[in-house]
Design a protein around this ligand. Sequence first.
Ligand code: PGA
Length: 245
Amino acid sequence: MKYIFVNWKMYLGVKESIALAIAMSASYRRSEKAEIALFPTALAMTGVIAACKKKKIPVGAQNCAWTPAGAYTGAVSARMFRAVGCKYALVGHSERRHIFGESDSAVRNKIEACLSAGIVPVVCIGETKEEKDAGKREYHLKKQLMAALQNLVIPRAGRVMIAYEPVWAIGTGDACLPADADDAHHFIRREGSAYTSERMPILYGGSVDVKNAASYLALPSVDGLLVGGASTKKDSLLGIIRAAL
Ligand code: PGA
């Protein structure tokens, strides 16, 4: 089974998100081969959930607060997302880490908040161009995984997913070569197994499009894709979904 996770970032407003969710769900047929999940802006969450209900398409948050409730102006908690029906949340997306300054420890707190709220955290990790060029990719992935997973208590019904998203490949059109993503996924699988006996799904993200999606999905080490830009247009979104079916 492959996952296609659709991250609309702040590209689509409420109307566009609901319209695309309706269009997608109209042509969507459930399959054992793939699980599709939509990650709209928080503002469109309830509308997208309503649009996805009939076809039981899961929905997730792009980010969440690490605390359940209280005086945290502007924040939305994992518990609140769960209460309206979200299944997943992206945690530590590279744009959160690099633009909004989220630290490894903030990411860890969010992972714990998701697990205690009954949300599956999709923990995003990846190296920058400088780290890659300095040959430090594995060091960096190891560090992020350790901060995210060491001594993490995963409830019996809970689950953690990982998205490998090299920072230099996100939104740049410079996708990671499949063989290179394959190496990183194997490394993440080995490192991750030090922290949990569960098999965590590992998704690839970074400039995935309708042309290259199949080349990642063909790899046994790639459990799915996290797609940004190419998921915001109906035709390319449906094309990427078709590649997984
Ligand atoms: P992209 O974004 O597909 O636009 O590169 C992926 C992501 O940030 O999740």
